[in-house]
Design a protein. Sequence first.
Length: 55
Amino acid sequence: MIATGGGYKINNGNGTAYQSLPVFGTDMRPDGWEVNVVSGGSASGTIYVICAPWI
């Protein structure tokens, strides 16, 4: 499977996302999703990734 897209939702707290991007495995294929957040305290959220079979 490879990651074809993704996103995030900040559920609560103070935070601003400044990056939302794929994570690449050792085989250089996207296999996850990463979100980086600037927080003025604490924040929590959910990261989503959409995957499809590697052909």
